[in-house]
Design a protein around this ligand. Structure first.
Ligand SMILES: O=C(O)c1cc(C(=O)O)oc(=O)c1
Length: 310
């Protein structure tokens, strides 16, 4: 892979570039595995970053994403609109169109989006919209606007992806549980993994999934959630030990409603940038059997993003 570039934009101070030269995973992904959460950034010279963005990343192009896909052994990608592109979906759409049917997308849209624009996104491979409630990433959008968007995209058979912090789940509960579509939670709703896995914070998330069978979760981003490490670097085969009990519990309890993704190119990490090969080696720690691995990596993402192939 080529080294990250910055284009004409100035990266956010302290920005960590994605890891160049990931190792070959030891864990062999099942045939047809989907990296169900990853992004493209720009390149800024071709697809400028949004004026309202909260960070400026290094570029991470579709070619670099596809090279990583092939290197790690994934068959397909789900490319999630990154907040640094706001509601300008061109970079994500361009990547989906260039993938030869091997990528689907999740967009960010405003209330003003037209039916024709939604149709064009659908034709490009978009199957969901993302609602973001992480305050460091986006400005607030009124919930009635989001609900209106959810009703419109639901008619296309799309779902809603939600990103929020665990402490905000109580306040967002009524809104989330009123959504009329399948709802996919990014990164397990960002639990504080220094709290007990049996404690009230994670119990609320489990209740959310148990009582609402339309709710799915990505069991991704141990590198973001871990407090203890060790980091997925230098051949480490037991990375992010403190995240394992949380993710494993969700995989085992809800095996038909979980997804996994690399989160490449890993926006806003402050501490270290993981080796994506070693991140793949994290998977068998949270999905210990071949059956769970197949559901997590193949059957579930295919059902949600390529239903016509089922
Ligand atoms: O935690 C984050 O900083 C983060 C940001 C974005 C984005 O900017 O879209 O996406 C993610 O999945 C995670």
């Amino acid at each position: 892979m080529n080294k990250p570039t910055t284009g004409d934009f100035t990266k956010t101070a302290g920005w960590l570039d994605w890891y160049d030269g990931p190792t070959q995973p030891r864990f062999q992904l099942p045939a047809g595995s989907v990296d169900a959460h990853c992004h493209v950034f720009g390149p800024g010279a071709e697809f400028p970053y949004a004026p309202e963005r909260k960070y400026t990343p290094c570029d991470a192009s579709k070619q670099q994403l596809f090279a990583l896909r092939d290197h790690l052994g994934f068959a397909r990608n789900v490319i999630v609109q990154a907040t640094c592109h706001g509601a300008d979906n061109r970079a994500m759409v361009d990547a989906c169109l260039a993938s030869g049917g091997r990528a689907r997308g999740v967009a960010t849209v405003k209330r003003s989006v037209t039916d024709e624009e939604l149709q064009a996104l659908h034709a490009a491979g978009v199957r969901g919209v993302r609602f973001n409630f992480v305050k460091r990433l986006v400005d607030f959008t009124p919930k009635d606007e989001l609900m209106e968007i959810a009703a419109r995209i639901g008619k296309l058979g799309w779902h809603v992806v939600i990103y929020f912090e665990a402490v905000d789940l109580p306040e967002l509960w009524d809104f989330f549980t009123a959504l009329p579509t399948t709802v996919v939670v990014d990164h397990m709703g960002r639990p504080d993994v220094s709290l007990p896995v049996d404690g009230p914070q994670f119990a609320l998330f489990e209740k959310f999934m148990r009582e609402h069978t339309n709710v799915w979760s990505k069991v991704s981003c141990p590198e973001r959630l871990s407090v203890s490490g060790p980091k997925a670097l230098n051949g480490e085969q037991n990375a992010y030990a403190d995240v394992i009990p949380f993710a494993k519990r969700i995989v085992e309890q809800f095996p038909d409603r979980v997804l996994w993704g690399t989160d490449w190119p890993h926006p806003n990490l402050k501490d270290h940038m993981p080796d994506d090969g070693l991140l793949v080696d994290f998977i068998p720690h949270i999905a210990p059997t071949a059956e769970l691995q197949h559901k997590l990596l193949v059957a579930n993402p295919m059902r949600l993003y390529w239903p016509e192939e089922n």
